[in-house]
Design a protein around this ligand. Sequence first.
Ligand code: 13P
Ligand code: SF4
Length: 441
Amino acid sequence: MSATNLGATPTPSVDHLIQLITAGASDASSCTPELADGPWVADRVDGYGPGSSMGDVIPVGSPRQGSLPAEYRSASEDELDARIRAAKATLGERVVILGHFYQREEIVRHADYLGDSFQLARAATQHTNAEAIVFCGVHFMAETADMLSTPQQRVILPNLAAGCSMADMADIDSVTDCWNQLMERFGERSADGRASVVPVTYMNSSAALKAFCGSHGGIVCTSSNAATVLEWAFERGQRVLFFPDQHLGRNTAKAMGVPLEQMPMWNPRHPLGGNTAEVIDDSRVILWHGFCSVHRRFSVEQIERARAAEPRVQIIVHPECPMEVVDAADGAGSTDYIRKYVAAAEPGSVIGIGTEINMVQRLAAEHPEHTIFCLDPVVCPCSTMYRIHPGYLAWVLEELVAGRTVNQIQVPESVAEPARVALERMLEAVPQNSGATPGRG
Ligand code: 13P
Ligand code: SF4
């Protein structure tokens, strides 16, 4: 169906697929041969590393990963697997491993819980007995886990360079400047007594932006509860400032009936975000100009090609995809929505998925009763999710066994306190079936 698929028995491992491509043993293609290198090669240079966001600009001061000891860089996949299992067995309930659905198979198999962003945020509140939470995901998720776990718990991100280029597209200075311009124009309250603007930040944002929302009557959302959160915000305010993902904001508000002309985009490089005063006055949702480089790869042409090849195909995409792609699809939702859609489909279904390749490849392997493929024919994982390699997981766990904590993520309490206000509002906006899935670890 697609060049990304490995035929009748797809491997759940994108690593293996990349090795086959590099060896010339697969017809598939990847976006860069550098994907075959260990992430420690990318750790030596500036940037997000090979994968979907490799062309994005990394902000100055982004966390860098120090060098990984050589024994972990040279160990085989089997050796790392055995060392991770042994360290986990020694640590027992002192450690819990949380894994996002976009993690590579070689990590997912060790996760105690797997989930989408909302589920993992909740999971971080629920394992208070564990001394350490090892977060196999990206930086903003580990920050959130740190803020929601108990003060005694330590949250560890196995590779500090696992950021998120979308989260970096909105920084606290630019958002504060935007806010000041809006407050100058509208004042804090509108004539009906509601807030003139309610700030809503996507989970994929820094702790500082979550704190901004907590301090200004706002809230955090994830892709699984964005509609509930926007309803919450519209009850309290005349308009919403939504950052950093323009696509999630637009797709969600459009489905709620907000006209496109009332959703201007805010470019922080221009006064009033590059809009006229009339457009801002008439706005319902002001969209920050951020995007996800993984989901930007999906297009209407890919959907049309898939439908031309197989008219029965069902197309399911993540709401970080551009609006035209979501409109052309049969369904859109969070990673957990996609997982459940596949599980509930009639055996023999053909499903084209628009989300990160590690998750699609794993779903294809877990559901041999269906034909599942990634809409993007090029293997191009999320650069930063892919920075979490089993070498780093083995290292942080063995350091814990030795009584040392490396790569701890600690949000200062002055930021965490207001951020928690916005996060707790989010946790109350519960999507259906919101528990994390027990993992195989
Ligand atoms: P969800 O897991 O909440 O769907 O988000 C996807 C994502 O992009 C995480 O970075
Ligand atoms: Fe960020 Fe997109 Fe990667 Fe998610 S998939 S971590 S939004 S770059």
